[in-house]
Design a protein around this ligand. Sequence first.
Ligand code: ATP
Ligand code: MG
Length: 397
Amino acid sequence: MYQMKEAILCKYGEVILKGTNKKTFENQLMNEVRRRAALVGDYTVRYNQSTVYVEPNNEEAEDMLDVMYAQIGKVFGFAGICRAAVCEKTLEAILEKAKEYLPEKLAKYKTFKCTAKRSDKRFPLSSPELSGEVGAAILETIPDITVDLNEPDIIVKIEVRETYAYIHAGQDRGAGGMPLGSAGRGMLLLSGGIDSPVAGYMMMKRGMTVDCVHFESFPYTSEAAREKVLTLASELTEYCGKIKVHIISLTHIQELMRDNCEEDYFTLLLRRFMMRLASKCAEENHCEVLVTGESLAQVASQTMKAMCVTEDAADRPVFRPCIGMDKEEIIRISREIGTFATSILPFDDCCTVFTPKHPRTQPELAKVLVEEEKLDVEALVEEAWLTRNTVVLYQEL
Ligand code: ATP
Ligand code: MG
């Protein structure tokens, strides 16, 4: 018979503050943990009192606990996660387990404190009595460690729950944010750059389900540029499990713009076409908002005026999670989430095709509209819309 030795405990983040709809958030959180658990092995996932328990059901799953723990670290909605030794709910078993499990965990610390919690009030010792017993066992087994009740280097926690007792020391930060799927759907305009994958991640972190739309301009942009974007999207599946990428061609629009419109307005006109097509794509895929990687004043097309002109062509709100971030901060997040190396691969984006030498930084909408009238906007949108195709990507371990 398999006897579980270690489990993963995950503590809720903001979900804890929810009222009557807490259950919905909990279910979303559980779905995401279960989805990941199924990728790794045979685990039982359950929750109790603002903690999710991930428990191996066999030796193989126990051996994969490192991998499972890394997966749990990417689940939005948890503030803290830890591994815990599991044992029977008797004082004897708890003390034996503490002596076996804790020396390695406490090795690098000088002072500690024990706290105990019983959700099973039938347990014969009170919480202070239990923490006293475990504290004494630690002092006995680990040389040179002392108790500090006020400012311990590490806190040892014993939790006597309904089926087992859990012993753990120290916890890691969870991914934070809100459970995936808890905050509606958005359509992310995903380029091959650094910023838009970060924008997608930021929204996922707040619980948004994200679809992507990518615009290309073949043959001015390459097959490799498309592959790069798909790689970025599959890197984002690390955080959301599944992602759809809709790809739309802007080639004809860009050629007509080049032939008919004033060069200074190329980027703005292009971005307005992106907004219209992204809005259509959002409508078709039930996304209530658009999401971009824009950051105030980063480039000519991201001045406040330019963004107003761009947004005017969208039929729904545009979320810009990077709006107040410096490039440096965006790059830091990009490195942390693992998209940076792909983002800096040197392939052209349709925004860099026919780039104006002197892009307008303080554009007037009226002037932009005059340029736009030189094109049959509606027909071009319909034509580009027909070029769309969709790729669905899934997380792989
Ligand atoms: P990024 O690093 O995300 O490419 P950027 O700083 O290079 O951003 P722009 O190229 O001006 O800025 O693009 C601003 C935003 O417009 C991007 O963050 C992205 O959301 C969207 N965007 C730009 N190009 C494309 C594209 N080819 N397909 C889809 N969205 C795009
Ligand atoms: Mg870009």
